[in-house]
Ligand binder design. Structure first.
Ligand SMILES: Nc1ncnc2c1ncn2[C@@H]1O[C@H](COP(=O)(O)OP(=O)(O)OP(=O)(O)O)[C@@H](O)[C@H]1O
Ligand SMILES: [Mg+2]
Length: 464
């Protein structure tokens, strides 16, 4: 049952409202002065407040101010004599939901109360959802104990609640979008939208209207006025993904919004002001794009206020088991499958793999393994072929090299062994690549790719 607190110094009004709202299924508590009412409010839960403006002692405005300063969020409706409407308007500025003038019609009061309760329910729901999202994107959800990841997390904590533009760089799949959302949900902009826009995924000619919106009739097909992502992100965050792909004509327009904080819709003349935080991301080398004349230098400096580089997965190898554990738990739960065990040998292959697709590749692999798994233990045989090479490497290493006390450069050693093995295999198979590939447990195209990458050329001459 919903509870209403009525505060009025006139007994007849208290009785009238109490009888009426009790008859409509509410529980009604009344109070004749502000002071007592505040104590009631602090100790009990009410859904709504009906508050008389003119009272001896503490008046309605004082009560409202106290409610604000004590952070007692409750929808309040003021009751006021017609003469003091301007004060009622003041009250609304203080957060009152609405006001009704005396003398009132009870049905009108009822409608106002219903509306206030509906709005408050929506606001609460909205607040709950936002809180949930914030929890989902708290920095704890960025997995990793390695130094580079911990640095990223510390950095996010430091910059989230500023309005500064952030430029996220990093290879594909390193978590740029995850970080952008985390920044938004840890800032005070959380009350407004996080609006993503992938500059590479939208055709150039409609990107402008996506960004800035358009007026009805601006171009063929613009049958209604539509707001763009900038307006949608008002007071929130706009995530411009793959910013390096933005066409030069739009680079100019974006620069203007960043500088002036205003723009016009396509086909419009009205200048629209917005307060939007920009987070841009790219897996391109923007500095190089600037040098090559592909990206405006002035825009680059506007975007690169707070640069944040996300490390590739191969630089955070120690986090791989942690990430695997995280994705195994999450994906098994989502797919309603039992969590598989990852054998020691499988884990070795995964840790030693180069992960060109970074965390996304890892996440996709785990999903695939969970869906296709045979038993409850995942063995290296279940891994795609590209992982097998990594399985064989460590065995060769232990046989062929020993670690000296000065240490080694592991990548160099592995590279050397790999070159060596490939050349031996080519020699053994007299240059027949499919044969050499099968000796190495690779497929032919992988071998050819490796030879290209390592500039290994095999002529029959080298055999001599
Ligand atoms: N450190 C991390 N901890 C947990 N999950 C992560 C981490 N890094 C990335 N992910 C997850 O990996 C997936 C890919 O991340 P995201 O989409 O943010 O990458 P991206 O850098 O935007 O990639 P692309 O450049 O390909 O768009 C997402 O599901 C994301 O949640
Ligand atoms: Mg992305």
């Amino acid at each position: 049952m919903q509870r209403i607190l009525v505060i009025d110094d006139e007994p007849s009004i208290r009785e009238l409202l109490k009888d009426f709202f009790t008859g409509r299924g509410f529980e009604v508590v009344t109070s004749q002065d502000g002071e007592a009412a505040l104590n009631l409010l602090k100790e009990n839960k009410f859904d709504l407040l009906l508050l008389d403006l003119m009272m001896p002692g503490m008046n309605g405005m004082d009560v409202l101010r106290e409610i604000v300063s004590e952070n007692l969020t409750i929808p309040s409706i003021m009751i006021t004599a017609y003469a003091s409407v301007s004060t009622a308007v003041e009250a609304m500025k203080l957060g009152a939901f609405d006001y009704i003038t005396k003398p009132f019609v009870l049905e009108d009061v009822y409608l106002t109360v219903r509306r206030a309760l509906d709005v408050s329910k929506l606001q609460e729901e909205n607040f709950r959802l936002k809180k949930e999202l914030k929890k989902k994107f708290s920095t704890h959800k960025i997995i990793g104990n390695s130094l580079p990841v911990q640095e990223v997390i510390r950095f996010i904590d430091k910059i989230a609640d500023t309005d500064s533009t952030v430029l996220l760089t990093g290879e594909s799949g390193t978590g740029k979008e995850l970080v952008a959302k985390t920044i938004h949900y840890n800032s005070s902009r959380v009350r407004s939208n996080f609006v993503p826009l992938n500059c590479a995924a939208i055709p150039k000619d409609i990107l402008e209207s996506e960004l800035f919106g358009h007026e009805k009739g601006a171009f063929t097909g613009a049958v209604t006025t539509r707001i763009g992502r900038f307006e949608l992100a008002s007071n929130g965050t706009l995530f411009l993904d793959e910013i390096g792909e933005l066409a030069p004509s739009l680079q100019v327009k974006l620069l203007r919004v960043l500088q002036e904080k205003e723009f016009e819709r396509v086909g419009g003349i009205k200048t629209i002001k917005v307060d939007v935080r920009i987070i841009a991301a790219t897996n391109r080398d923007l500095e190089k794009a600037v040098k090559d004349g592909m990206f405006r230098e002035d825009l680059y400096y506007r975007l690169n206020v707070i640069p944040l580089h996300l490390p590739p997965l191969r630089k955070m190898k120690e986090d791989i088991p942690l990430l695997i554990e995280h994705f195994v738990a999450e994906i098994s739960k989502n797919k309603k499958k039992e969590s598989p065990r990852i054998s020691r040998e499988t884990m070795d292959c995964l840790v030693n793999y180069k992960w060109p697709g970074n965390v996304r590749e890892l996440e996709n692999l785990i999903e695939r393994l969970i869906i296709l798994k045979e038993g409850d233990n995942i063995t290296p045989d279940e891994l795609p072929e590209r992982f097998i090479e990594n399985r064989q490497m460590p065995r060769v290493v232990t046989k062929s090299k020993s670690l000296s006390s000065e240490g080694v450069d592991l990548n160099l050693v592995l590279d050397e062994i790999e070159n060596n093995m490939i050349i031996q295999a080519l020699e053994m198979s007299k240059g027949v690549k499919s044969k050499a590939a099968s000796l190495l447990g690779l497929n032919r195209t992988t071998l050819i790719e490796k030879m290209k990458k390592k500039s290994i050329e095999f002529h029959t001459k080298t055999v001599e």
